[in-house]
Design a protein around this ligand. Structure first.
Ligand SMILES: [Zn+2]
Length: 219
């Protein structure tokens, strides 16, 4: 089996996302790139831990042009999104896409995630919201790649969230932090008008994080 570790890690990540309530049913998809191969979740398989339909064998391996190399099922309908990100961003080794509740709700309200917390800096700056386009289209993939410019996360308008990282653990962690950040904004804005941090502060924290090797801030 090609890329056995990546495929097993994808299954574990999907189950974790499901446990955390960040994916529902078959929504959301995860991929890992190794060299010129991409392991990606198949279309329409449930991720729930109690119904573990997804196995490493069912995670398909494709080339960067989308051609199947070892894939028993059709890939996720968002395959164009994953491939466009890997093509545009050689440093990216993993992509996580979810319809997590807070990120999806906020994607209907704003063009950029408001900087209510310094955790925003871990994404490289303010997280943009890509304009809506129909799921699975090249247009949506283009919009997301543009919104991800110099960032490790974006929202897709009226759709969900995308996070990227050099590896799957990092992309998954960023997915959790992004959902938390969106949730904090929604809670704060439902109770009043949140104070926002100025762009200079987000930039300063981003610099500080970079000097700590991109570790998530724990303070
Ligand atoms: Zn989606």
């Amino acid at each position: 089996m090609l890329l056995p570790d990546a495929r097993a890690a994808i299954v574990a990540t999907c189950q974790e996302l499901s446990r955390a309530g960040l994916v529902v049913g078959t929504a959301g998809n995860v991929s890992v790139r190794e060299g010129d191969l991409v392991a990606v979740t198949p279309s329409g398989v449930r991720y729930a831990e109690l119904a573990p339909d997804l196995t490493p064998e069912l995670v398909g391996v494709h080339r960067l042009d989308g051609a199947a190399v070892e894939a028993p099922l059709a890939p996720t309908s968002e395959m164009p999104l994953h491939l466009a990100i890997y093509t545009a961003r050689p440093e990216v080794g993993a992509v996580v896409h979810t319809h997590s509740p807070a990120a999806t709700a906020l994607s209907t309200l704003v063009d950029e995630v408001p900087a209510v917390h310094y955790y925003m800096a871990m994404f490289g700056g303010p997280v943009r919201v890509a304009p809506y386009a129909t799921y699975g289209t090249d247009e949506l993939a283009r919009n997301a790649v543009q919104a991800l410019h110099e960032r490790t996360a974006c929202l897709m308008g009226n759709h969900g969230a995308v996070t990227v990282g050099p590896d799957l653990v990092t992309a998954h962690d960023k997915c959790m932090y992004l959902e938390w950040l969106c949730d904090v904004y929604l809670r704060a804005s439902s109770a009043g008008t949140p104070r926002l941090l100025p762009p200079a502060e987000i930039a300063a924290v981003a610099e500080k994080l970079a000097s700590y090797g991109q570790q998530p801030p724990v303070a």
